[in-house]
Design a protein around this ligand. Structure first.
Ligand code: HEM
Length: 90
């Protein structure tokens, strides 16, 4: 369908933890991804990937596997881009 590219604030990202019926989002270099659909496929397991839920996953990711290409693998899970707190749409 039509992709709605969202502006996501830090507080909105923090609320997307994968709990209470919401998907888990994680940011990577300023872009926001829905990691929920990828959870069953993550070679490192769901629990490891969920450590990045609701937060910037860049450092966790780079500490473990800097050779993996997050952007390429997660293209279809792109939600939008991080913006400062008072610039969001939510
Ligand atoms: C393994 C993808 C996030 C922890 C892997 C592998 C891929 C992958 C492709 C296999 C790498 C290889 O064998 O060379 C991703 C993607 C992520 C993500 C696309 C983000 C959307 C994370 C995060 C953590 C993590 C945030 C830790 C907090 C691990 C671990 C392994 C692994 C520990 C090694 C599993 C093993 O070898 O037994 N991940 N990962 N990953 N990942 Fe991730």
């Amino acid at each position: 369908g039509v992709n709605t590219f969202q502006r996501v604030t830090p507080s909105q990202l923090r609320s997307m933890t994968g709990r209470k019926g919401k998907p888990a989002w994680s940011s990577w270099q300023g872009k926001v991804y829905n990691i929920t659909p990828y959870l069953p496929f993550h070679p490192g397991g769901e629990a490891e990937l969920m450590k990045a839920a609701g937060r910037d996953g860049t450092k966790l990711f780079m500490d473990v596997h800097p050779w993996v290409n997050w952007e390429n693998m997660m293209t279809t899970c792109l939600v939008g881009v991080m913006v400062p707190e008072n610039h969001g749409t939510a």
